[in-house]
Design a protein around this ligand. Structure first.
Ligand code: HAM
Length: 453
């Protein structure tokens, strides 16, 4: 992942002679080295979700724009500034999904999942798109691991979400670097009085607020609490706290969340300013912060959203969920020096000279691969020297070599690359011999019917 923002200076498409052949700004290729991290993280996530009874869902990469406007809120940064929205050929407005909850809830309603045993526990591993300002850890296309528990209102489920994240972070070797921040922002109803108190507090201070906050002060005063602008932050610290406005039900809910977290030994920081950037939240909200840098680049976040299913046209249904940003998790793992196990190393390099040798090599390579031996064949026309240089680049422990003499004698040369020693092995025994050298435990075998995805 490159964090370069230098293509900021690229001219707009269409008026450019110099528009480079690059991926769009803030949108990156995932190169093989990073795929090792992606694969590992996805495996950990799938494993933990399966253990907890979650089922996977994939919603489309596009939704009708209204889905996000309704769910996330028109006044949020995500909807008002960051969506990739366009019209299809029939003039319908479509948007690349900026987050996963809206689509999951839309699917829950559309497919009548209310009829299933509740709660319905779904997870997704998907790319998302936000026209954000690119910088380290902030991209315009990014991947999320997300989960939604829809159909039950119990603080134990909020804690189950947090606990799942905690288990994954522990598996990934970064739990110690992360600080859990929690808050309770009450129900829509209990927030009304608080919103009034906030508007009263900010009235007369408008000139000290950033433009966004001036605009949001009346439509969504809660958002002023987590504005990153320095002056807004100072004002937010002195603003009335929601704590004084929580109803007894909110207080009970929050108390239980904390008690359950304590029971599971999860430490947390209570943060009365944490309100999250999406409008659908009620009651519990939480974020996972890097202990050293704080909220700028939360690696994940979530919370309860008891009003969303109804807001989107379904029956009144409570829900809670979370999402982790995969790129941010990878950045954390790299900073922590976590090395992921890789299955990309090649075991065997097959070198050959002449058409007859190549003929014999093709089925041999196939047999080796089927036996679980990761094999690369040099099937071009390169000299033996060039092929051996290539074998060095792959850093293989063993090389198989075949030329006209070996074909005639029915043998293959097996070369130990680190010792520089070699010997001839009968063609019929070579797969067995190589299997022994690589070690049964290192073979890359699979039975298609037995793979669980
Ligand atoms: P969110 O806090 O907007 O929540 O995003 C979740 C995570 O996605 C962030 O903590 C971050 O790691 C990652 N992320 C967000 N924007 C970017 C970006 N521009 N570049 C890189 N990573 C990014 C949601 O999306 C909610 N749908 C989570 C949720 C699920 N709440 C309830 N259920």
């Amino acid at each position: 992942m490159s964090d370069s923002t230098q293509d900021d200076v690229l001219p707009a498409e269409g008026n450019s002679k110099v528009l480079k052949m690059q991926s769009p700004m803030g949108i990156h290729d995932i190169l093989p080295k990073d795929h090792e991290y992606f694969t590992f993280i996805k495996k950990v996530a799938r494993h933990r979700f399966r253990q907890a009874g979650f089922r996977r869902i994939t919603t489309p990469i596009l939704e009708y724009t209204e889905v996000f406007k309704r769910a996330v809120g028109e006044d949020t940064d995500v909807v008002s500034k960051e969506m990739y929205t366009f019209e299809d050929r029939s003039g319908r407005s479509l948007t690349l999904k900026p987050e996963g909850t809206a689509g999951a809830v839309r699917a829950y309603i559309q497919h009548g999942m209310k009829e299933l045993p509740q709660p319905v526990e779904l997870y997704y591993i998907e790319p998302h798109f936000r026209y954000d300002r690119p910088q380290k850890g902030r991209y315009r296309m990014f991947w999320q691991i997300g989960a939604e528990i829809i159909g039950e209102s119990d603080p134990a489920l909020d804690v189950q979400c947090i606990f799942l994240v905690y288990k994954m972070l522990r598996d990934l070797g970064i739990a110690e670097r992360i600080d859990l921040q929690i808050n309770n922002i009450g129900s829509q109803k209990s927030r009304e009085k608080y919103k009034e108190a906030l508007v009263n507090y900010y009235t007369g201070k408008e000139r000290s607020l950033c433009e966004d906050c001036q605009r949001r002060m009346h439509s969504n005063p809660l958002r002023l609490l987590d504005c990153k602008n320095e002056d807004c932050r100072i004002l937010a610290q002195l603003a009335p706290k929601f704590e004084q406005y929580r109803t007894p039900e909110d207080q009970d809910f929050h108390r239980l969340v904390k008690e359950f977290l304590d029971e599971l030994g999860i430490t947390y920081t209570e943060n009365p300013q944490l309100v999250r950037g999406l409008d659908y939240y009620t009651q519990t909200v939480f974020e996972f912060w890097d202990k050293s840098t704080g909220s700028q680049n939360a690696i994940g976040g979530g919370g309860r959203y008891d009003g969303l299913v109804e807001l989107m046209g379904g029956p009144a249904t409570p829900a809670v969920g979370f999402a982790l940003g995969i790129e941010r998790v990878i950045n954390q793992m790299k900073e922590a020096g976590v090395i992921v196990p890789s299955k990309d190393e090649v075991h065997i390099f097959v070198a050959q000279l002449g058409d007859e040798a190549k003929k014999k090599c093709l089925p041999l390579i196939d047999q080796l691969r089927d036996a679980g031996i990761r094999t690369v064949g040099a099937l071009g026309k390169g000299s033996m020297k060039a092929q051996m240089r290539l074998a060095d680049k792959f850093a293989v422990p063993y090389c198989l070599i075949m030329g006209a003499t070996e074909v005639r004698e029915g043998v293959v040369i097996v070369r130990d690359m680190s010792k520089g020693q070699q010997r001839a092995v009968p063609m019929k025994d070579v797969v067995k011999e190589v299997t022994k050298l690589i070690g049964k435990e290192n073979l890359d075998t699979y039975t298609p019917g037995e793979i669980a995805f």
